[in-house]
Design a protein around this ligand. Sequence first.
Ligand code: SAM
Ligand code: SF4
Length: 479
Amino acid sequence: MKMIYKPQEYRIKDERMKPFIDESEIWEILDTAESTKENVRAVIKKSLAKNRLSMQETALLLKTEDPELIEEIKEGARTLKENVYGDRIVIFAPLYVGNKCVNNCTYCGFRASNKKQKRTTLNEIQLRAEVKSLEDNGQKRLILVYGEHPMYDADFIADSVRTVYSVKSGPGEIRRVNINAAPLDVEGFKKVKASAIGTYQIFQETYHREAYAKYHLSGQKSNFDWRLTGLDRAQEALIDDVGIGALFGLYDWKYEVLGLLRHVNHFEACYNVGPHTISFPRIKAASDSSIDPKFEVSDEDFIRLVAILRLAVPYTGLILTARETKELRTEVIKLGVSQIDAGTNIQLGGYSEENHKEQKLDHEQFEIGDTRNLGEVIDELLDKQYLPSFCTACYRKGRTGEHFMEFSVPGFIKRFCTQNAILTLAEYLEDYATLEQKEKGYKLIDVKIEELNKKDSLKVAPLLERLDKVKQGERDLYF
Ligand code: SAM
Ligand code: SF4
């Protein structure tokens, strides 16, 4: 059988491919950080002045247990979000393509040893049905998710991406496909890149080797270094849009935040550009799995860690998933999250097959916390004056590193992001919303246009012209 990865043949090609995590360095930074009111406040101030934080500075934020300072850290993250990113939230949905898996990650319902899990790989017809269902709901951006299995090689992944792009249902289409799958070799990444993916996400799960070995018992994924350097091979294959992440609950959360930062540093040093996004999933209950609660991250600490990440890497996109509950998501979004999934169903065939509407642990990877449909999530965002966005413009215009540009190019958000958010929201309102939601959505659009017009004195005539065209039935207009 054809294999996609051969870690045993993996050789360090050059500096960039060297595993860069040194546990003792991270612990030393944490152990020697001494937070005081003065230095924590100075670090928050530095971030608010639009500077990226070092690991040492971030450790000061992580180490403080002073409730007053923790509140100031959260306030800082909220301010940064409001001042820099404004009120757009990009929406996407995960689509599970196959849950066969050769690995044994003890926390995951898909692990090879879990005989209770029903194994399915969507065939082309089923994949098309899933995409159609998602499009009929109004989704425009997907992330395809796969177990790690020889069957899901680079050709398979690239084929599924092409299939997804080819499905059109009425006005519906998928305009950006991201990937969450096992690390490939350089040739594999090249094949997947050729299918026009957006971001390739690989979560390290834990940046601590010993802990990693404890949770990844067998299979390709048990090779820490192969996984750690996965996104370097993606870069080698010219996939420069990559997402990193840690699975919180496996090891000390403060250590993992610095591990993520070390990963960002590696990227910036080697490629001159950080990762596009950071994800921070928390462990959820999974079929036939039990996880030692020793490193469980409380809601309060979770909120803290997101705020600290926002301040530490102010120009990296932050992704918050439906693993978390509606209530917690509402709270955490304010701290600077840029993307959320909505209308999420992580069962194989879950979007199109009636019998998969209920959560069933033996049919999915883990339990999700926010089970609302897309319309309900959009409704809440509108009520809270957020602009739900399905924008894919930067990716399609070849404007890479969009989060960095949003952060650093004055006027970028106003000229591109807000206007594109308005146009994609209008498409959604025209094609998929209830009458009531349509009315609510257009009211918010009016407010946002007024703000662009007045506060930021942007000439809104081209936007109004395009908005009018969307109302007349034209689609996919963007700046
Ligand atoms: N199989 C590939 C891999 O492991 O990289 C693809 C993605 S896996 C299906 C997606 C991610 O789900 C994993 O990287 C892990 O962080 C997360 N995950 C696995 N089990 C989980 C659980 N019980 N609760 C929350 N997230 C989990
Ligand atoms: Fe397989 Fe990924 Fe689950 Fe690990 S996390 S068992 S590799 S699907």
